[in-house]
Design a protein around this ligand. Sequence first.
Ligand SMILES: Nc1nc2c(ncn2[C@@H]2O[C@H](COP(=O)(O)OP(=O)(O)O)[C@@H](O)[C@H]2O)c(=O)[nH]1
Ligand SMILES: [Mg+2]
Length: 467
Amino acid sequence: MAGKLSVVDKKQLERFIQAGPKDFKLLFSFTRNGADANVFHQNCDNKGPTVTVVFNTQGSVYGGYTEKSWKSDGGLYYRDEHAILFRLQQNGKSVPVKFSVKKPDKAIYCSESNGPIFGGGHDLNTFSGTVTFQNGQYTTNASYNFGYSYDMGGISTDQLTNNIKTVTDLEVYSVTDSPLVPIWREIEGWEHEDLQKLKDEIDTWSPCYGVELKSANILLLGPVGAGKSSFFNTIASVFRGHVTGQAVCGSAEQSITSKYRMYSVRGSAVTKPMKFKLCDTRGIEENQGIDGTDLNYLLEGNVPNGYQFNPSTPISPDISGFNSKPTLNDKIHCVCFIIDGSTATVMSEKMLEKIKSLQSKVRQKGLPQIVLVTKIDKVCSHVDENVSKVFQSTAIQELVDKVSDMLGVPRSHVLPMKNYEKEINVRIDVSLLALLSLRQILRATEDFMFNLLDLMENEKKDSESLE
Ligand SMILES: Nc1nc2c(ncn2[C@@H]2O[C@H](COP(=O)(O)OP(=O)(O)O)[C@@H](O)[C@H]2O)c(=O)[nH]1
Ligand SMILES: [Mg+2]
């Protein structure tokens, strides 16, 4: 069991702890092990640095970090200059704050009959003995005396704990340095000339000889905010040599893509577009957005470039510009699902079902599918610092495995991705990973074209044998 702490909150804790990338391993939780101080000590004593996280029934999440081991003492304080208290969420909203220790001599208190206790005044006493569980919540006998050993910077007990002692869970994780592992996916290299080679390969790519296609149409599909528009922008930026924002993207209401756009990519204003198009859509939403019928029209090439999505009217042959006689050149030749890697593991059942139903539509049509897992910079700090570490990161490897399982797509078709978002200038590592993904997409498109060629040949043979 992975625990309730989100990827984003783990990254936040890493920043608070301030000693490089960390791995978090769940040692103990109320819901998994039972809400009992003895069980806490059995699971957490002598484990080195740990973080204790309280999830209260009003959606506030807070706790403490210590680099000292917990012990089953009769009641002893331990010195820890690096101990901190922190808040991650307040009433369900992310409001991270760190509270440094001001009296490090009494940073933590170890007692066999208590759970984790931080501070000499027992600033945060999480629980003692056995805690009762009723109606889906634990009523702890916690006590608070914030500000005694830790500097609360003006934040009140109420702002941190809502002045309640009922929790949905309490988790303790061990915190260890996150090592880079041997490369788990081989690529050519991360040098300037590797990037140049990839650029040339993609720039000169064209659909297979014999299929009579001007360009490959690649449909970008995924939940709102997953990074579809950003993916197009990233690819365009790589070739333009600076970060561009041609496709509007972002998290504000008005930046959500509402038009169907078939984007071409050009090296510059005077060069010809490359022989593929990235087709950006409105996002998949649990209760609205792209559905099976919309997808069918998109895949078949009925929907005109520039079509304005209307949440209350689904796509139908009545929309203006509806192409009722699409040719192979209008159709979609590969579908690229785009999933936010920082939230993929906590995706709602409903969203997952919706994506799966769209996937099966794509499969029925015999179209190849690739999954891009974006925002990997939020999942692993090694990658945040340097994207070329992506294939040495266990966090990313696990994420790719997880998404591959969730969506039933082979791992070779699940590609970790970091879009340009905060950068102003292009970087070799970000550009290179983006082009590696694009190359895989183009290769998947070729698979589809080869199948098409086979079909065409068989049809030709059939008609010849009829003659
Ligand atoms: N950190 C990070 N942010 C990203 C990444 N990709 C997209 N974003 C951000 O996520 C938000 C939504 O992206 P957008 O492309 O508009 O998503 P869309 O709704 O799928 O088109 C924007 O604020 C982007 O800057 C990424 O790889 N890393
Ligand atoms: Mg968009």
